[in-house]
Design a binder for this molecule. Sequence first.
Ligand code: XMP
Length: 531
Amino acid sequence: MSAAPPAAHDNTAEPVLVVDFGAQYAQLIARRVREARVYSEVVPSTMPVAEMLAKNPKAIILSGGPSSVYEEGAPTVDRSLFEAGVPVFGMCYGFQLMATSLGGTVDNSGAREYGRTPLTVSRPGSTLFEGTPAEQPVWMSHGDACSAAPEGFTVTASTDVVPVAAFENDEKKLYGVQYHPEVMHSTHGQQVLEHFLYRGAGIQPTWTTGNVIEEQVAAIRAQVGTKRAICGLSGGVDSAVAAALVQKAIGDQLTCVYVDHGLMRKGETEQVEKDFVAATGVQLKVVDAQERFLSALAGVSDPETKRKIIGREFIRVFEQAQAEIVAEAGAEGEDVAFLVQGTLYPDVVESGGGTGTANIKSHHNVGGLPEDLEFELVEPLRQLFKDEVRMVGAELGLPDEIVQRQPFPGPGLGIRIVGEVSKERLDLLREADAIAREELSAAGLDREIWQCPVVLLADVRSVGVQGDGRTYGHPIVLRPVSSEDAMTADWSRLPYDVLGKISTRITNEVDDVNRVVLDITSKPPGTIEWE
Ligand code: XMP
């Protein structure tokens, strides 16, 4: 058929907007809205109301934030937001803003509440609280408290400290709660949020990752047309899913490049070369650059220098592969004009696309790509959170080993060897890491931990005794962490028998390792990686 692809139904046309008043609440709220199968976007609180309304929002949520409504220069929204006929839900700081803008009273009276607090629901059949318990734990974090709701609002819940902990106005479709329904400690928070979306705002839950695939395939086809695209595969989830989506859209017009820098974990390169290709049918160019990376890293121990070297070599190798693909295509009269990247929604928000906050994660791209590229970017995952990317990947038929893979740093095992990197040390660490992963999976712990770096302290030796002899080997560090987003993390409390098994297997099976230690530091103060 020669007809243009039909325009997909635009699932994102009327988003729920989450207005960000600072801290990290807004992203989490946006995720929770999407878990309720409603599309959401984060916007900065500095966005003029007219601009918000121009997005045709189905509803608007005002997030919490670290400020007090009485602070000079505290962020605010124009009152017209509440008069536009769009349903609004205020949470914590957003709730207090609503209260003060609409004529209620918020006192700065030292009525503080932090942490888990019992909430008493006084109107059990209300729009927000129907079907939830009369008393429920909620997560509070505030210094100011609302003592009188604005006119026309019904008070539907309170706590020992706060007389107005929730208010509702069904006629105007305005709702608010003093607590944080988005955090897990508020046990009925998701239900209350869904009540706002479905009952308060009358939204149908129709957002699915299936829609995302359909929409993105159409958008990619429209963007790329008959030209060609290149995608760098890192072995991670994001680039794999981005590539699979683009492959579905434009098939053989896409070529993927995988730079084998020799710093991958055991079996990962094979997964990309074999399983990913088998699942997607993608054209893949593999560049074996192991020797090149090893010689560039020889004699280097400083972590930042290692990162720079790996980043620099990566760009050089990738550019060369790219030039070859462009030349080959050009010989056939084809134009390579696009570069596919697995940018996710949190990256977009963090680099200013949503909140204007600084780009804190810039060092986390694989080496970072050069700025003078003459390619247009294709970023089909720009609207998605990590868990949604995994769902899209699974729906596209990618193997579980790729879709469920733990986050792994671009510089790979290069920054998990404390000391110089060499082939022998990499092989040793690969073995130890494979054992740890195997045992964690066998114990069913993959979903409980965020990631578990396994680190070789190559510059440290300790005395041991194995068999009849004294040994002088290296320690291996296990660093299992739980986290929501890697910004903060806690060390995972793994069962002793699993830890014991990993330790025994590593010291028995990996030469030159005679000690396994467990890192029990949270982040902060420690980072997740050791280097
Ligand atoms: P840290 O060690 O900063 O790690 O607590 C936070 C998250 O980022 C990953 N990480 C990196 N990823 N290049 C990357 O692509 C890097 O240089 C890098 N350093 C850390 C780390 O694995 C964790 O998920």
